[in-house]
Design a protein around this ligand. Structure first.
Ligand code: SF4
Ligand code: FES
Length: 254
């Protein structure tokens, strides 16, 4: 038999960017513990819709922890209480019958609230557009296969490439810093041969974009690393700083 729990949700409701938000309480009754957090919100939304009320707006897409679309602060923690887990992969078995769950959007000047739990994360797109790509001609697959990549570098690059751009690092950081996200993007490109020719220009451009978009600086709080559903290491922030210093001292500005 499926075990169910009943909860009280305190959800941040905000009609638009301009309007003032507030917490509203909703019952979430007879929720299967096998449901994901987003499925639980679907159940609550169905009840709201049947009553003619506005459903709770939240972002989602893949619901399998790979797209980076979902995310909310659950009981004060970005993506909820489970380490290394996106909100869509968080299951209700981690909550107890009778719990009250407080659900809020990411809070950061860089991510303005669009409606309820949905925030505008286009600032991350602007940072990627500034330099998070390679544009050098790398030839075809046979050319790529002739360039040996040390195993350790390939592993570190792939670890950094796990970043799904969800923004939990910004939401968790007291400075609303985006440096874990930018560090992950810089790292995964700079550790592979095809990312090296543009490394200096990339580091300068992405950091300039990040600073212009109201994200704060890193003061080694490590909250980003703790909240990251992909467990991206803050060593990527150290690499970002090294790349920026190298670019500032040793490469002429184009
Ligand atoms: S570093 Fe982690 S928390 Fe930040 S955007 Fe990437 S996956 Fe999300
Ligand atoms: S909905 Fe895609 S990561 Fe959660």
């Amino acid at each position: 038999m499926t075990r169910t729990i009943s909860l009280t949700l305190k959800v941040w409701r905000q009609k638009s960017l301009e309007s003032k938000g507030r917490f509203e309480a909703y019952p979430a009754k007879d929720i299967s513990i096998d449901m994901s957090f987003l499925e639980m919100l679907d159940v609550v939304n169905e009840a709201l819709t049947l009553r003619g009320e506005d459903p709770i707006v939240f972002d989602h897409d893949c619901r399998e922890g790979i797209c980076g679309m979902c995310g909310a602060v659950v009981n004060g923690r970005a993506h909820g209480p489970e380490k290394g887990t996106t909100l869509c992969q968080l299951h209700m078995r981690h909550f107890s019958d009778g719990d009250t769950i407080v659900i809020e959007p990411w809070r950061s000047r860089g991510f303005p609230v669009l409606k309820d739990l949905a925030v505008d994360r286009s600032a991350f797109d602007v940072i990627i557009q500034a330099g998070g790509y390679i544009s050098v001609n790398t030839g075809g697959a046979p050319d790529g296969n002739t360039v040996a990549v040390p195993q350790q570098m390939a592993e570190l690059a792939m670890d950094a490439a796990e970043c799904i751009g969800c923004g939990a690092c910004v939401a968790a950081c007291p400075n609303a810093s985006a440096m874990l996200f930018v560090g992950a993007k810089i790292s995964h490109l700079v550790m592979l041969p095809q990312g090296k020719p543009e490394a200096a220009r990339r580091a300068r451009a992405m950091i300039k974009a990040m600073d212009a978009l109201s994200f704060g600086n890193c003061t080694n709080e490590r909250e980003c690393e703790a909240a990251c559903p992909k467990e991206i290491s803050i060593t990527n922030i150290a690499r970002l700083n090294r790349e920026f210093i190298k670019a500032s001292f040793f490469s002429p500005v184009e």
